[in-house]
Design a protein around this ligand. Sequence first.
Ligand code: PEP
Ligand code: MG
Length: 586
Amino acid sequence: MNRVLHGISASPGIVFGPVRLLRWDVPEVPHRVIADEQVDEEIARFRDAVARATTRLLQVRDRAEQHAGPEEAAIFEVQIGMLADAALLAEVESYIRQNLDADKAFDVVMLEWRQKFARSAAPMLRERVGDLTDVHIRVLTMLMDLPDHDPVDVPKGTNAILVTDDLTPSITVQLDREAIAGIATDSGTRTSHVAILARSLGIPAVVGLRDATSRLKGGESAVLDASSGLLVIEPSPNELEAFRSRADAQARNDAELARFTDVEAITTDHVRLTLRANVDLPEEAEAAARSGADGVGLMRTEFLVVGRATMPDEEEQYRAYRRVVEAFAGHPVIVRTFDIGGDKLPVGGYPSEPNPFLGWRAIRMCLDSPDLFKVQLRALLRAALHGDVRIMLPLIVSVAEVRAARALLDEAAAELTAAGVPFRRQVPLGVMMETPGAAVAADTFAGEVAFFSIGTNDLVQYTLAVDRGNVNLASRFTALHPAVLRLIRRIVDVADAQGIDVAVCGEMASQPLMAFALIGLGVRELSVNPRAVAATKFLVRGISTALAAEAATAAANARTAIDAERELRFRLVAALGDGPLPGEGA
Ligand code: PEP
Ligand code: MG
């Protein structure tokens, strides 16, 4: 077997530990009939499996509560409830009485229920399909005596490397960071949401390994070099030595960069940039505030919904936003309204779509679900009492959407007034610029929005028609394609001409070479992963805007992304010196 598996660096770091394989699929169940006299025994075996699965779920729930919180743990209450459902249990037992063995009887009933729920007109039921699948897998694991792949039992201090196909929200909330040192997945890309979440949690991660789960058995010793996108199985003593010294060098480099945390992001020609942090979870806020960032340039609120049984209510959202605002006291906090659906979280039980990336999602879904949207808007208006909250709308293609959102914001304010709940009305409203449509028509937003924030992850995806989460297309996801650079320039030019603030909050901003290009295109505000703040300050302090502008013009005029990269790299290396760029791959 090839011991070195190549994937994509999603969250940096080098860790060593045993492989913990997580296969969370419904197993194949052989068709087996039983004799009449075996029926009672089989029913008893089924009840025993349900009892054991329930005990296991209670443990899982307690763990989730400890690691993620009571709201996240509630998802497991739903599953425990399913296992106690009299109708479900009776249906399985009736199949057993018709001489199916317990495994097959349960399998058949679960398949039927999943289909029934998926087709239901009631969103509450459609929402439960994922839970039914979890229960389906869990009980079959017990009945068929399969290895329990749940990550829950990894003891603290194991430093396991979790290898799985993809990370589902219900697995994510169970992860014990004191037990899991790194994550390696078959699917995913740098801008897929697993990668974003891993970066946000600070867990080293390699994604896009394609077939790691089928190549590994579990228990192997391994090195996850997440900075280079490698998973090395059974490393030799020499390899271990080499990785250890690389890890030490990285730690020294990080310590070196940390000196830049509190300095200003000012270029050699004295232009001050604004550097903000991207925050994905309220729990990250305090650490992100220590990164040296001037506030939050993007809070992705959809992660409030990860692994949840229900949408967070107004009070819970208010507490989450307030926590971030208070952690960043005195600085702006830009909160993006729910960007769910499509590649994002499959919450709300919304029907699956043939083209989810072009589908009913983000602002579209929020505008069509005013009750859901206004809960968020009210929570934001209330949180704005505690600081400089700004509201940002995702996936905008037209100013008509901004007007419709503003009307709902007015309604939300009127509802709070009627209820006598205190809030702040003057909250700036801005938009994500992440579709080519919005970029080309950027001037149509003049006078209607307070700011633009360029979401390069989606802007690249939609401009180049490259699915950002598809591992087979990862090499075609080229942010330095001339079309992308020209669209960014267009947005910045319109913003400057119209007096609209403009920032970049997509992953490009966190990558040194790309940040250099963005500064050259006239961007003066970047919102980056908190771990990239110090490295970006180092970068900014080593370059002039004149050099960046020259490099960006050459890059935008290049014919290919590779040529554009060359134009940028040699100039940046000349300015900063040879060797790896600060935080490259971070
Ligand atoms: C983007 O699209 O660049 C962005 C910042 O938003 P997300 O990655 O959450 O889609
Ligand atoms: Mg986006």
